[in-house]
Ligand binder design. Structure first.
Ligand code: BDP
Length: 600
């Protein structure tokens, strides 16, 4: 799917701004009731989550539908163009009406969807755009939740003998199976883009390296009549290759490779011309490969230094926030890191563009968090998740396939792979094959495994890279770092026998910024530093460990509960991006760890 860009052939109309908004009172559901909206509407900013833009609890606790609306008119100059309305992300379910006609419906809160509106827009007058948004999460949504069920992360113990009885006198709740606040609404940009009537629908670029040359295979999907012309230019805008036709191969002599930070993330641009349409897509030439227990980028051993992150901040919630993205890129480099995982959902497209440009490597994750958490039954046999999971992976790859920064797909975070090992293995290995088959660049595929009985788990070991989240010293063996390191080593001995690369995709300790102790105990800044220092020194002894991603880049908001005071505080940075001692610790550690060749 192409990102909307303005050029000499295409335009973009920005529909962001202050919209009208109201929460459902529980009686309307997906139906737009104009008089209800008119009576209740108030201002809301788009893009942004709605939850923290207002100051009553009902916006945080809302469970169900909410309505957005605005009007717009289309400039006359676009009368002969094709018009497409695009939402970059609406969380989690959207029904879109234009002039009272249902023009799009979309499940999943973190990927774009669009609808052609050429025939629906009215000229010389206002158009009414309305969006109904549902924030409920259950066992068939991704991320997974317990709609009106048992909280996995909140505290749900009623303290009375009958849990069923307690349910009757509690209000309906939307309980996540995941540890980040369930921010909802029109979270990313809303735009109309124009194309000519005959247009370029998609561009797929598959680069490879042959000696000192780059080989660029490409495929162009078009609609309508016309010839395809493809031109590749370098950073200086010099033409380095050309071809005709919607499918082909272009050789770039003495190609410059895309290399991760701090090396040169060199980008080329492919400009496709078709009939009257034109679109330019940047790409990089680089290879990614797993060989035994090594992770190779451009044939060299890469070491992942970076973070699990979130899209999260005060007031805008999970809304698109370009200054935060730019700032986070700057902080990633400030800490001498080179990578992050889009935990726990695909991020806004602009972040991947920044990563391409700045050389930051991405592990691209779907929103499949919490599969099987807190359930007493086999989730793979009980719940209807597969079809939606496949469609999310399809859309994710279709959106992100051309980014050189993306080096691996993560199909999920922390599914239950321990209690139903055989059906889990069947689910994850077949989904792994499916993911591989969709990616034109055939990148490594994995999912991220939670602290579990790794001997019982039959799925994690089947992935291209072993990605594990471990909290020895925090949730397990709390505060006892000698025992934590002992247990960690027991587990690492196990993984070493599997002979695959391993990335520690999460490890960390909640840390209250400004809380200092001489003797390092839990929650203090000193403990966070000691915790990481002890664990990292174990990683340094093992060459099959190819990466360390502390959890988390920054503090972030969560559902309230006894485990969380003002959210999850495991950030190396505060929520407003100030460094804790841990950030300085990693900055110093990673200064000494090169992106390539650290352990080999
Ligand atoms: C892991 C989850 C992550 C949580 C983290 C924690 O993957 O989403 O925020 O634990 O508890 O299990 O801090």
């Amino acid at each position: 799917m192409l990102y909307p860009r303005v050029n000499e052939k295409r335009s973009v109309i920005d529909l962001n701004g202050v919209w009208s908004f109201c929460l459902d009172d529980g009686t309307h559901g997906a139906n737009i009731d104009n008089s209800f909206i008119n009576e209740n509407k108030e201002n809301i900013a788009v893009p942004a989550s709605y939850n923290d833009q207002k100051d009553e609890l009902k916006y945080r606790e809302h469970c169900g539908w909410a309505y957005y609306e605005r009007t717009f008119s289309v400039p006359d100059v676009f009368r002969n163009e094709r018009l497409v309305l695009r939402f970059d992300a609406v969380t989690h379910y959207a029904k879109v009406y234009l002039n009272s006609v249902l023009i799009a419906e979309h499940k999943g809160g973190f990927l774009p969807f669009e609808a052609e509106i050429t025939e629906v827009v009215k000229w010389n007058q206002d158009n009414l755009l309305q969006v109904a948004v549902d924030n409920r999460v259950n066992h068939s949504t991704l991320p997974v939740g317990n709609e009106d069920g048992t909280a996995f992360f909140g505290s749900d113990n009623a303290g009375v003998p009958s849990v069923e009885a307690a349910k009757k006198w509690r209000k309906k709740r939307n309980l996540p199976n995941f540890d980040f606040f369930n921010y909802a609404g029109i979270n990313r940009n809303v735009r109309i883009y124009t194309t000519k009537k005959d247009y370029i629908n998609d561009i797929t670029i598959v680069p490879s390296i042959s000696g000192s040359d780059g080989i660029v295979r490409y495929e162009i999907e078009t609609c309508g009549k016309g010839e395809v012309f493809v031109q590749i230019t370098d950073r200086e805008k010099k033409t380095v290759g050309e071809a005709m036709g919607c499918k082909g191969e272009i050789r770039i002599k003495n190609a410059r490779l895309w290399n991760p930070y701090p090396e040169d993330p060199y980008l080329y641009t492919m400009t496709v011309t078709f009939a009257e349409d034109r679109y330019s897509q940047r790409f990089g030439i680089r290879s990614v490969e797993v060989k035994g227990s090594r992770f190779l980028i451009n044939g060299k051993d890469f070491y992942f230094k970076g973070f699990g992150k979130h899209e999260d901040g005060a007031v805008f919630g999970r809304g698109f926030n370009l200054p935060y993205d730019v700032k986070d890129m700057s902080l990633i480099k400030w800490m001498n890191a080179n990578s992050f995982r889009t935990s726990h959902y695909p991020y806004a497209e602009e972040m991947y563009d920044l990563a391409d440009e700045e050389g930051i490597v991405i592990i691209d994750e779907t929103p499949a968090v919490g599969i099987g958490a807190g359930t007493a039954c086999d989730p793979y046999k009980t719940f209807n998740i597969r079809e939606h999971h496949e469609s999310v992976i399809r859309d994710l790859i279709s959106r992100d396939k051309n980014h050189p920064s993306v080096v691996m797909w993560s199909m999920a975070n922390e599914p239950d792979t321990e209690h139903w090992p055989t059906s889990a293995k069947e689910y994850w290995t077949s989904l792994y094959e499916f993911t591989h088959s969709l990616d034109p660049q055939d990148r490594p595929v994995t999912f991220v495994c939670c602290q579990n009985n790794y001997e019982a788990d039959l799925s994690t070991r089947e992935m291209d890279v072993i990605c594990i989240n471990r909290y020895y010293g925090w949730y397990n063996l709390s505060g006892d770092m000698d025992a934590a390191c002992y247990a960690l080593n027991l587990e690492l001995d196990f993984w070493q026998g599997i002979n695959k690369p391993l990335i520690m995709t999460e490890y960390g300790a909640d840390t209250l910024n400004g809380y200092h102790l001489t003797a390092p105990e839990m929650f203090s800044e000193e403990f966070q530093v000691m915790y990481y220092d002890r664990i990292n020194s174990e990683f340094d002894k093992r060459s099959f460990i190819v990466g360390e991603h502390p959890w988390n880049f920054a503090d972030f908001n969560t559902i309230q509960g006894v485990y969380r005071a003002d959210g999850n505080r495991k950030g190396l940075l505060t929520r407003d991006r100030r460094p804790k001692m841990g950030a300085h610790y990693f900055k110093n550690r990673w200064k000494e760890i090169p992106s390539f060749g650290y352990k080999k």
